[in-house]
Write a protein that binds this ligand. Structure first.
Ligand code: NAP
Ligand code: MG
Length: 402
């Protein structure tokens, strides 16, 4: 069979440790035999990021903006231990943070469902996607301990030194205080990415805040979402047959729990942080979560939600057998290939992405699995295979799915 041609490259970002090993195998065993793979390659190995003072990461992010589609392997976020381990010049910044900042995007986390792994919530038959606003709020806040007999105030000073002052609390006893902020532009870009992604996925969107309590703060979020929806997206949503609902977070929790899934839940920064961990747990495992960063202009970066699986890597280096789950890495690639295919009107590439996903799910549902799902899988005669064997087994099923 002739290989599928690609018109435009995908921005490929290689990474670290066990996921770097799996990355290479996924390409060699599952993609390159079928696709004449065109990528613009950036090596985001920790050493390469260190050698280039993170320039390689910035270049990759700008390339995603240029081409519209990228796929990223998990990468180590440096700390003092890693600095020693890799003999680094300095502790570089989180590559995901750098990319997110340049793309000014929103992260959508979506679980991959297997027939043989039951979610802990029995009614959740379809995936629930969490969109987390990854800017500001408590993650960019200032907090202080307050001694007794101290008044805490917020002061806004404009460029002419005019002051607007509000008392937060007049402390008669010791306590704590915190100031946080957000920006209209960031909230608007978050809203745009959410509306774009919902339209692309043809999936209902819910956005929730606690606007009954933090009136000015959360009203801003609510107003920006509602205004943008009415102005730019309402007719497109109607045409696509999907809905947008703004609601109080308390109500959103009840709706989501009672739902059958199949919705996107947009959350403020903290809510999204916590809820995405809950959703991942309910659907089975971090190894079954995909992640896509969507810019307000509509550029997409796909990756697995898990990290570099360090413990498995050290065992691999010691010559021991590992059984690392490649599903989220494969789905990062299929996400990118499908999007590339859609953007380039390359039907064959879209079909191949579907076939590879089907082959992956079929393999696991047939009982050939990785060790992480040994307890969770309900497949009959299940048996675990090692990190390389699982990919060979999936490869056998691609032929059938294509
Ligand atoms: P991790 O790599 O996600 O792994 C944590 C544990 O979860 C593993 O030790 C393994 O458990 C299990 N696990 C995760 N993915 C798995 C898979 N695909 N198959 C089987 N088991 C899997 O998280 P971490 O250990 O906290 O972080 C390791 C490194 O990854 C760090 O340097 C961190 O900076 C980086 N990181 C990168 C990203 C990213 O690039 N997006 C995200 C998170 C973390 P067992 O060992 O019990 O089998
Ligand atoms: Mg979290």
């Amino acid at each position: 069979m002739p290989k599928i041609n690609m018109k435009t490259p995908i921005v490929e970002m290689d990474g670290d440790e066990m996921t770097r090993i799996i990355w290479k195998w996924v390409k060699e065993k599952l993609i390159e035999p079928y696709v004449d793979l065109k990528t613009e390659y950036y090596d985001l190995h920790l050493k390469s990021r260190d050698n280039t003072d993170d320039q390689v990461t910035k270049d990759a992010a700008n390339a995603i903006k240029k081409y519209g589609v990228g796929v990223k392997c998990a990468t180590i976020t440096a700390n003092t231990d890693r600095k020693k381990e890799y003999d680094l010049k300095r502790i570089s910044k989180s590559p995901n943070g750098i990319i997110r900042k340049i793309m000014d995007g929103t992260i959508f986390r979506k679980p991959i469902l297997l027939d043989t792994v039951d979610p802990l919530v029995p009614t959740w038959e379809k995936p629930i996607t969490i969109a987390r606003h990854s800017y500001g709020d408590i993650y960019a806040s200032v907090s202080l301990e307050v001694p007794k007999d101290t008044k805490a105030e917020i002061v806004l000073t404009d460029k002419n030194s005019n002051e607007l002052k509000r008392t937060i609390y007049d402390f008669q006893e010791p306590g704590v205080v915190m100031g946080e902020y957000n920006l209209d532009s960031s909230i608007r870009n978050f809203a745009k990415s959410c509306f774009k992604y919902a339209l692309e996925q043809k999936t209902d969107l819910i956005f929730s805040t606690k606007d009954t309590i933090t009136k000015e703060y959360d009203y801003k979020f609510k107003d920006i979402f509602n205004e943008l929806y009415e102005k730019e997206y309402e007719s497109q949503f109607k045409e696509a047959g999907i809905t947008f609902l703004y609601t109080l977070i308390d109500d959103a929790v009840a709706r989501v729990m009672r739902s059958e899934g199949g919705l996107i839940w947009a959350c403020k920064n903290y809510d999204g942080d916590v809820m995405s961990d809950m959703i991942a747990t309910v659907y089975g495992s971090l190894a079954l979560m995909t992640s896509v960063l969507v810019s307000p202009e509509g550029a997409y970066e796909y990756e697995a939600a898990h990290g570099t699986v360090t413990r498995h890597y050290y065992r691999h280096l010691d010559g021991e057998e590992t059984s690392t789950n490649p599903i989220a890495t494969i789905f990062a690639w299929t996400g990118a290939l499908r999007k590339r295919g859609q953007m380039d009107s390359n039907e064959e590439l879209v079909k191949f992405a579907d076939a590879l996903e089907k082959a992956t799910i079929k393999t696991y549902d047939s009982g050939i699995i990785t060790k992480d799902l040994l307890k969770l899988s309900k497949a009959k005669d299940k048996k675990w295979v090692n990190s390389e064997q699982i990919l060979d087994e999936i490869a056998k099923n691609i032929e059938i799915s294509i």
